[in-house]
Ligand binder design. Structure first.
Ligand SMILES: NC(=O)C1=CN([C@@H]2O[C@H](COP(=O)(O)OP(=O)(O)OC[C@H]3O[C@@H](n4cnc5c(N)ncnc54)[C@H](O)[C@@H]3O)[C@@H](O)[C@H]2O)C=CC1
Ligand SMILES: C[C@@H](CO)CCC[C@@H](C)[C@H]1CC[C@H]2[C@@H]3[C@H](O)CC4=CC(=O)CC[C@]4(C)[C@H]3CC[C@]12C
Length: 369
């Protein structure tokens, strides 16, 4: 909890503070930001776990609201020193319409920027995504790339398109004068695929494995590498950026940083087995059991079924042409920009990240029985 020796003067707002990443950011701020006076948590759906935070030394204010509603955002932002904008619609499965994804991710971000300008909030940290860069649907590998690596980013899918537009808005807003005359200082963090306690896809894969008799079947070649990042380290980087942005505005303002740690590069499926394995699941096959062309046909059939069934029910399986292309394209990041600019080092080692994630999965396992 906050060190009472330092003056508690700052007000932070975390949008999307009840999501997978947002909850970790909220908890990390309470542990690692001794200057916090008030922590505002803004989300469409507030979690019951917020109640336990309200008994600590920092004033925790839960605000149920919608980022697409400019007046709700402005009311939440007014008086905050720093905004960490993690709220977003993460959907690559066709659950939401492209219009809704745009409204939440792009218009929502516009509303956050305008609220900072109107109310005089000077520091804005935006959770972007590696998807702003790629993988692209042409399957070009991004191998150990950094923030300056050239890559053909062609966004056809609504989610990466929306994240790219929102990131651009945030970066362009750097330097705008906010109420009171100070310049707005913004910065965007691009996590790769996040894992850790609370990861919904990991939960779904675990249950899918149980239904299949403790097995999952390899669909992606082991040679296709993904860089993944532990949620605790993503949260830590947000907290550090928010702090250092106030000290190093000239260097960090308007910059993007990949969110990385020392998690090993592996295929999406092999990486997941680091956690699903200790929970008793097994990945069958050293090579994909089905050829790629057959998987693509299944993915296209899933997309077709989704479209046909839409008037009756929501059919949104994991496999569709976009997720197949994602899973099947190498995308690994290797950079030290965050280390150079603001001294970032992962707070959790790979071993610790794995242990924490496995422990969470095992708790889920025993509570399901
Ligand atoms: N999960 C991942 O692997 C990655 C996520 N990101 C980004 O990180 C951020 C957080 O993602 P997750 O925690 O994974 O997603 P999540 O879905 O768990 O959390 C998003 C939160 O935003 C809230 N939200 C959604 N629409 C809202 C609205 N209209 N108004 C207010 N709140 C709203 C949701 O209720 C939820 O609590 C997103 O911006 C996402 O694009 C970036 C890279 C990777
Ligand atoms: C074909 C299946 C066989 O097992 C595997 C399907 C896996 C996919 C569901 C995932 C593969 C890559 C993931 C995405 C990637 O990690 C980058 C992301 C960044 C974000 O900002 C949001 C989440 C995601 C799009 C992530 C979503 C799930 C995958 C597509």
């Amino acid at each position: 909890m906050a060190d009472s020796a330092q003056a508690q003067e700052l007000v932070y707002l975390v949008t999307g503070g009840c999501g997978f990443l947002g909850e970790h950011v909220v908890r990390m701020l309470l542990q690692q930001e001794p200057r916090l006076r008030e922590l505002r948590i803004f989300d469409l759906h507030l979690g019951p776990w917020l109640e336990e935070l309200k008994t600590g030394p920092v004033q925790v204010t839960a605000i149920q609201g919608d980022v697409t509603q400019a007046h709700e955002v402005a009311a939440a932002v007014a008086g905050a020193h720093v905004v960490i904008h993690t709220a977003g619609l993460v959907d690559v499965f066709g659950r939401a319409s492209p219009e809704t994804i745009h409204a939440v991710n792009v218009q929502g971000t516009k509303n956050v920027i305008e609220a900072c300008v109107q109310t005089g909030t000077q520091f804005l940290v935006y959770t972007s995504s590696m998807e702003v860069v790629g993988p692209n649907i042409k399957g070009h590998p991004f191998y150990r790339g950094n923030e300056d690596t050239p890559y053909e980013a062609a966004h056809r899918h609504p989610y990466p398109r929306s994240k790219a537009l929102a990131e651009q808005l945030v970066l362009e807003a750097n330097g705008r004068k906010v109420r009171g005359g100070q310049p707005l200082v913004t910065c965007a963090l691009r996590p790769t695929g996040i894992y850790g306690e609370g990861h919904q896809i990991m939960r779904d894969l675990y249950h899918q494995g149980l239904r299949l008799g403790g097995r999952l079947f390899r669909a992606i070649p082991a040679s296709v590498e993904h860089g993944r990042v532990y949620v605790g380290n993503v949260a830590w980087m947000h907290v550090l950026v928010a702090r250092e942005l106030q000290e190093r505005a000239a260097l960090m303002g308007g910059q993007v940083y990949f969110c990385y740690d020392k998690s090993p590069y592996k295929s999406y499926e092999d990486f997941n087995m680091e956690f699903l394995g200790p929970c008793g699941l097994r990945l069958v096959g050293t090579r994909p059991l089905l050829p790629y062309w057959l998987l693509m046909i299944l993915a296209v059939l899933n997309a077709l079924l989704q479209w046909l069934l839409r008037p009756l029910l929501l059919y949104a399986p994991l496999l569709n042409p976009y997720t197949l292309a994602m899973a099947n394209t190498t995308f690994t990041v290797s950079t030290d920009k965050a280390q150079r600019h603001f001294g970032y080092e992962p707070l959790f080692s790979w071993e610790e990240s794995r242990t924490r994630t496995v422990r969470w999965m095992q708790t889920m396992d025993s509570s399901a029985q």
